[in-house]
Design a protein around this ligand. Sequence first.
Ligand code: SF4
Length: 359
Amino acid sequence: MFAVEQTVENVKSYSIDGLKARLTELGLPAYRAAQILQWIYLHHAQSFSEMTNIAKKDREQLAALFSLPSLSERAVERSVDGTRKFLFGLEDGHCIESVLIPDENRLTLCISSQVGCQQACRFCLTGAGGFVRNLQAWEIADQVLSVSRMLRLENEHPITNIVLMGMGEPLANFDEVVKALRVMTAEHGLGISPRRITLSTDGLVPGIDALARSGLRVNLAVSLNASTDEIRDRIMPVNRRYPLRELLATCRRYPLEPRKRITFEYVLLRGVNDSAEDARRVAALLRGIRCKVNLIPFNPFPGSAFERPEEPSIRRFQQILLDHHITAPLRESRGRDISAACGQLRERQQPAVAATGRE
Ligand code: SF4
């Protein structure tokens, strides 16, 4: 799959306009660009030889000029709740995870944006393992393409929603993530509506502003997890750079389309951020922001320093938010019988590499 010579260019690194320009430079017709990208993203072709509406001689020439790499599927785990976790191998031997989550009428794919993560959130297995490297745009988009191809081969329903909530902080790999989002949303790409894509950040303020300026109207989710700077500093080091006041000011100015709202994620940690007072402070912090709060009771992983709160504290926290007219659904970690925390599957399959994962 990765039989690529150094000088050969990865065709998946091109947008339609970029590929047209490159083909023209190479003396090939520009209209081939649309044909090639249609074969890749619509028909899921994995080699130029499959592109049968292109003359054989031209296909051979394209195969000599360009590579057409794909992620390699290393492992799949299936949960009794229907969740599937994929481990994909990269060209340099590292691995990343993607998780496919069925939920009523939705089939959501959670994808990774980095190998490991620098953000070091204390409740996260990925954060504990450190950072290896940024993913390239094609490696991000190819998680969607690879799972879509597999679903089609199995005659299953296609993916309906994408969340960038797997390994890594997407806004710390801004340029490649934006390129990948353009591939995912482009007509000559995966053609997914930006309304069905959610980018989740731990709160990199300049990145949120840059995302707003990018014009990509994807949904924004922010990992909040605390009601005071003191608590957030302790569990999310990013807060020391971008404290709550700055983060929430950025959220207030984020351009939301009508009927859209920001999602705040709140991982409930027993005795850390789950008190009634925390809930009241969260409600006060979010006043005036069109939002909902996803409450995620912590799902302990081996070696984690935190515990899941008792059920009554979880319910009390939720009720206080509801009393303040904040939508606050409880989200249980899916696939709890498989490697539930992001990074667990990778850690098991690749123990020599820095381990990672996200709740
Ligand atoms: S929660 Fe997200 S941003 Fe924080 S360490 Fe884990 S992967 Fe990185």
